[in-house]
Design a protein. Structure first.
Length: 238
């Protein structure tokens, strides 16, 4: 269950075999969730942290009137509420955008890791720092035009899925509906349709249903003004 998490952490710094065993040991059994349910309810006070084993989910806040505003997407290998280990009450919700599989790690066991395994603790701390970086980049992206916003979103998703081993030949599956994408990007569905057409016209992507192939990553990155540095996709001693 924790293979994608361990692979992701190992890309940034080496985990010992003992540390990998510890991470595997803290995770409980898999749970399956249909699309549309909250994996984390706004205002929750969890006693565990949730690992996304497969699927896509979205972190959101709620405006007056009930409209959701998304601030991040989670992919396989992400802890979706690691902040809850230190913040008793969460100020966001997380919804399953697709059918999802999760596994939970009790706070009690994670606190024990923080006391006994400082390097592994720093690796998990890095995960929370990267989540903060994603939030800042999403705010920056909202200042772009529609094509730039969509291009930046795709650049981030393909980079993170690549780390999780879910990209092959520059192609991946993004099983989100047009309504979900428009909500995530802060557009109307009509505006999103026009933006998709404009992005395809750049020759940087081929998008058919849920299947996306990056034809020219450099051109896509230029369109999205995307710099992957904030995702720390390289080895760096922690």
């Amino acid at each position: 269950m924790g293979d994608r998490l361990i692979s992701k952490l190992n890309l940034r710094d080496d985990l010992t075999s003992a540390e990998q065993d510890i991470l595997a040991d803290v995770l409980g059994p898999e749970r399956h969730h249909p699309a549309g349910v909250d994996l984390v309810e706004p205002g929750a006070r969890p006693d565990h942290v949730t690992l996304l084993v497969s699927g896509f989910c979205g972190r959101y806040g709620i405006l007056r009137g009930g409209r959701r505003v998304f601030s991040a997407i989670n992919v396989a290998g992400d802890f979706i509420d690691l902040f809850g280990l230190l913040i008793p009450q969460l100020d966001y919700g997380v919804v399953a955008l697709t059918p999802c599989v999760t596994a939970s790690a009790p706070h009690e066991k994670l606190r024990r890791i923080s006391e006994d395994h400082p390097h592994l603790t720093r690796m998990l701390w890095l995960e929370t720092a990267l989540e903060g970086a994603v939030h800042r980049e999403w705010l920056l992206g909202m200042g772009q035009d529609a094509v730039g916003r969509l291009a930046r979103f795709l650049c981030e998703i393909v980079a993170r899925l690549d780390v999780a081993g879910l990209v092959e030949d520059n192609a991946f599956e993004l099983p989100l509906t047009q309504t979900q994408l428009s909500q995530i990007l802060g557009m109307t569905s009509v505006h999103l349709s026009r933006t998709l057409k404009a992005l395809r016209a750049t020759g940087s992507v081929a998008w058919q249903g849920h299947h996306i192939q990056i034809l020219d990553r450099e051109r896509l990155m230029a369109a999205g003004q995307f710099d992957p540095t904030y995702l720390r996709p390289y080895r760096e001693a922690v």
